[in-house]
Design a protein around this ligand. Structure first.
Ligand code: OGA
Ligand code: MN
Length: 293
């Protein structure tokens, strides 16, 4: 029997009664989708899955997001390109060195973000499998962008209703002072436009589409835009909207990037191994029209 226990007042549920290693029935897929609509983040404990099983599980929830991964060259990847490698390891299984540029890029995950918000069609679900977890630090935190929207005052809700933001990996990484790009990487980093307020297609609930990848608001001077986005982010990530996930090995955590932001907390990545593997489903379409930049 499928059961979901709430993890906080607004966000997060612990789902038991599904074996992610096996083919899901249509009823099970529906139950997960329904759980996601309610909780936005689901934790499925004890899912000791292989890469192949994770790919098959993910396919139940839509097409795969392309380019959800970093900008690494294929030959440098440790995992099948359908995965985002959320580890501190290189291709040979060695921990990345302190000054490795791949490590620098992955430090962007320490900022509150929504996966692939820098793509014209951003992600729906992210599905993250804890293969090797750490005992100190390394929690993944999730903030509920529906509850954050609901808690805005009416004047702010009216102000943000039709606001359009520009997102790019360049913006999030620049926040950490990372600017060393190869020309072939820059091609995939052109800013894309997204609505700041999104409406969930089935629940009809509105949410704030915030992300560290935001670099400006269309029609605003950039400093004013970034100051405002910072205020909204501070509002949206207050403790009452957050679930902090402490990892146990073989946890499978699913979140909806339309309705949440997430970030990883600091851990000793130079001294301990953390191997998490993410698959990602692609959203239903652009959130707004694009312009040629
Ligand atoms: C991700 C991510 C956070 C973590 O997988 O998209 O941001 O806990 N991971 O490593
Ligand atoms: Mn992420």
């Amino acid at each position: 029997m499928i059961e979901i226990q709430p993890l906080t007042r607004h966000i997060g549920g612990r789902l038991t009664g599904i074996d992610a290693r096996r083919l899901l029935t249509p009823e099970e897929v529906k139950a997960v989708d329904a759980g996601m609509e309610e909780y936005a983040v689901l934790v499925l404990p004890d899912q000791n899955i292989t890469d192949e099983q994770q790919l098959a599980f993910t396919a139940n929830f839509g097409p795969f997001q392309d380019g959800a991964n970093s900008t690494e060259r294929r030959q440098e990847l440790r995992l099948d390109p359908a995965f985002a490698d959320v580890s501190n390891l290189d291709k040979t299984g060695q921990k990345l060195a302190r000054d490795d540029r791949r490590r620098m890029a992955s430090l962007g995950n320490r900022l509150w973000h929504s996966d692939a918000s820098f793509r014209v069609v951003p992600a729906n679900y992210s599905i993250l499998s804890g293969r090797v977890v750490v005992t100190k630090g390394g929690n993944t935190e999730f903030a509920d962008m529906r509850a954050a929207y609901d808690a805005l005052d009416p004047a702010t809700k009216a102000e943000v209703e039709n606001m359009i933001c520009e997102h790019s990996l360049i913006f999030s990484r620049a926040q950490l002072g990372f600017e060393a790009y190869r020309p072939d990487e820059l091609a995939g980093m052109k800013p894309v436009r997204h609505r700041l307020v999104r409406t969930h297609p089935t629940t009809g609930r509105k949410s704030l589409f915030l992300s560290a990848h935001i670099g400006t608001i269309v029609g605003w001077p950039q400093p004013e835009a970034l100051a405002f986005i910072r205020d909204l982010t501070e509002h949206a990530t207050q403790e009452q909207f957050v679930y902090s996930h402490r990892w146990t090995q073989h946890d499978l955590v699913i979140w909806d990037n339309r309705t949440t932001m997430h970030r990883v907390r600091r851990y000793d990545d130079l001294g301990t191994v953390r191997d998490l593997r993410r698959t990602t489903t692609r959203g239903d379409g652009p959130t707004t029209e694009q312009v040629a930049l």
